[in-house]
Design a protein around this ligand. Sequence first.
Ligand code: ATP
Length: 229
Amino acid sequence: MRQFAVIGLGRFGITVARALSKKGFQVIVIDSDEEKVRIASEFTTVAVQLDATDANSLQKVGLKDMDVAIVAVGEDISASILVTMICKDMGIPMVISKATDPLQGKILAKIGADRVVFPERDMGERLAESLASPGIFDFISVSKDYSIIEIAAPKAFCGKNLGEVNLRAKYGVTVIAIKHKIPGIDEAGEPTFSEEIGIAPTSKDEIAKGDTLVVLGKVKDVERLKGII
Ligand code: ATP
């Protein structure tokens, strides 16, 4: 099972650590603040209080054996740079660093972060997208050129299969999953809906009313597709 280190227990770091622990992963958390370490020790495998800019201390807690390190030490860019570099130097295969602005992001990517995340920006974009168009349930920026959106299947698509709808030819985008709502009844006799997800659908997969399409494509093509929703 993959092992994770979360360095920096601000709101973002502690949320990531808690969610990974809940999923049953082994998580080592590190922070210089004693109280934050104490709180995180209640739900993580190992919680250590230390200054993460000290490479020797990180070495001692076995950080080099981690598969993924999440660096979320806050707005102090020099600490983020140093900790990211130490993690990469140790040979951790995937180092994910949190940035608060594009310049920070560029620097962190340049010095070796495998992935840079901008939680405030990304969440803001996703919220704005979902509010701007009620048919768009979610939006993820994959890179500068590509994004993924979740859209309610337009009426015109329902009852057709992916081959007939042919989004790849018409919009240059790929449907990577179809989510179906499965109606049911709970113990109290109330109607319920569970979700079934069909990953990597083929051209023969049919779109039904109420389905959600998860679509990957170039930003400009995804924008064109949004025009028909
Ligand atoms: P958010 O709370 O939204 O994640 P943020 O990025 O501003 O915001 P902070 O709340 O400042 O993050 O949290 C950063 C955490 O990183 C703090 O708990 C702080 O103690 C810890 N931290 C900062 N520098 C170091 C360091 N050198 N070594 C270990 N922990 C550090």
